[in-house]
Design a protein around this ligand. Structure first.
Ligand SMILES: [Zn+2]
Length: 498
């Protein structure tokens, strides 16, 4: 934590409302922004000076949905649907020890920081179930990188193969035996581990919070979902799930529950102000209303949705309904980079494919707001981060005004959202302390991490070769079955009104 007062002087500061940049000084006290002051107005000799000449200062971007476990699995798969990705989960993320978990998360954290993101919501898969030590390895990665995070263990008590009605029966017997053998840990074991972690969590709540992520509702029995809800209520944990991410999930839910996914979760008492839905593509108007009524939020992941062919989530009706919408990248095995500039740009651009006039599209200023204030709401940290304003944490990103992306600077918001790719980021500060300075990571021995990550990836490739071969045998049946199931959803009524 920064000691005493400091002033960041000489830079341009982005104004969130107008999207314009203007010369201003930022007065810091400890880890907070104390005031925005006219340039050069802070003259006190006891105030430490931080030079921001030739820098554009923006609030740290906030990633509303990612998976640190994707760090070691980047570059996997290409023409994968969500369902073939889930089938690959055991070899992508399995066989890991706590050191692998630390490395994978650190790779994701480093990429986020380098690309101007200072906080994230990480749905962390720790196979076969999340141990207390495993979750501490993940939290240590964020702590070492200097990022804020919500770490929500991604859990289930049904395998992917059990979760899709009819899928197991679609396999010929020898393949069915392989799919049938893939089981999750018992639900009670998983929930007990999270309870133990929640009871012993010692990170400051403004830095690293524990959350809980029943991964995909269909992968969880009602008893397991209720167990997650109770833990979230007991320990005040943010709860996030992948909601209606694919058309397959929408159809499967109607088959399984007789009602929509969101209605089913609501019947179990899962929705509320600590609830957020990742993706939220295949929702109808009633589901949007339910999320809004209960005070829930949505994490919009346009890059991942395009990559996996899931469709395009229409965020305008949710925003119009007053729902907090944040922007996420999703994990590196589905998205693939951890670049919030790209995620913002895609959020803006995909909003234009619906049949609406341009004034209803997501513009640059709004995209920036979603990726800062909106995502802060998803993390449950609206009162701490997402704004450059007095009383907020000094989580700041400094872009090089001499970088070609910003020369000339005609319109800050538009150049940040429509043009920036993260390469103009020079410095990043979290809580008033540099974590990236002049392009160099402050708390990380990067060459050492590189060597360790390469060695871990090689070892895991070998260790998971068998489960990879098994998954590759199952993939064609899954692909064929799910295309048929998913198509049914296209015929269901889901008209949304903005
Ligand atoms: Zn995800």
């Amino acid at each position: 934590m920064a000691k005493g007062p400091a002033v960041i002087t000489g830079g341009l500061v982005l104004a969130a409302v107008t999207g314009q940049a203007a010369a201003a000084d930022l007065l810091l006290q400890d880890d907070l922004i104390a005031a925005i002051a006219p340039p050069g107005s802070v003259t006190s000799e006891s105030t430490r000076r931080i030079d921001a000449t030739d820098r554009l200062i923006i609030p740290g971007l906030i990633n509303a949905h990612t998976h640190g476990h994707g760090g070691l699995a980047k570059g996997s798969g290409d023409r994968w649907s969500l369902e073939t990705l889930l089938n690959a989960g055991p070899w992508l993320n399995g066989g890991r020890d706590d050191d692998d978990r630390y490395l994978s998360t650190l790779l994701a954290a480093v990429e986020m920081l380098r690309k101007g993101c200072t906080a994230c919501y990480d749905l962390a898969a720790l196979l076969p179930y999340p141990s207390v030590e495993g979750l501490h390895s993940v939290s240590r990665a964020y702590s070492d990188a200097g990022m804020r995070a919500v770490i929500a263990p991604m859990i289930a008590d049904r395998s992917f193969y059990q979760a899709i009605p009819g899928l197991l029966d679609a396999f010929p017997p020898e393949l069915r035996a392989i799919a049938d053998a893939m089981r999750t840990a018992p639900g009670e074991t998983t929930l007990a581990a999270i309870r133990e972690t929640a009871a012993s969590w010692s990170h400051p709540s403004d830095r690293i919070r524990l959350g809980i992520a029943p991964t995909i509702p269909l992968h969880c029995s009602d008893a397991f979902l209720s167990g997650c809800r109770d833990l979230a209520n007991e320990y005040g944990l943010p709860l996030q799930t992948h909601l209606a991410e694919s058309s397959v999930q929408r159809t499967a839910a109607l088959k399984q529950y007789g009602v929509s996914l969101t209605r089913h979760l609501d019947q179990l008492g899962m929705l509320g102000p600590r609830f957020s839905a990742a993706h939220a593509i295949w929702l109808d108007a009633e589901e949007i209303d339910l999320i809004g009524e209960r005070g829930g939020a949505i994490a919009h992941n346009p890059g991942s949705n395009l990559r996996l062919g899931n469709g395009i989530a229409d965020m305008r009706p949710a925003i119009a309904r007053g729902i907090a919408v944040g922007v996420g990248t999703d994990g590196s095995s589905s998205a693939d980079n951890q670049n919030m500039f790209e995620a913002m740009r895609l959020a803006a651009f995909v909003s234009r494919v619906f049949d609406r006039p341009p004034e209803d599209w997501i513009g640059a200023v709004e995209a920036l707001r979603l990726a800062t204030e909106g995502s802060a709401a998803v993390l449950g940290m609206s009162d701490l981060i997402g704004r450059i304003a007095p009383g907020y944490k000094a989580d700041l990103v400094f872009l090089d005004l001499d970088h070609v992306n910003l020369v000339p600077l005609n319109n800050a918001a538009q150049q940040l959202v429509n043009g920036e790719d993260g390469t103009a980021v020079r410095d990043v500060m979290v809580g008033g302390e540099y974590v990236l300075r002049d392009g160099v990571l402050v708390g990380i021995d990067w060459p050492r991490i590189v060597a360790r990550a390469r060695a871990a990836a090689e070892r895991l490739k070998e260790a998971n070769a068998g489960s990879r071969a098994a998954a590759e045998k199952l993939a064609p049946v899954i692909s064929h079955f799910c295309i048929g199931l998913g198509r049914c959803a296209h015929d269901l009524p889901r008209k949304l009104q903005a």
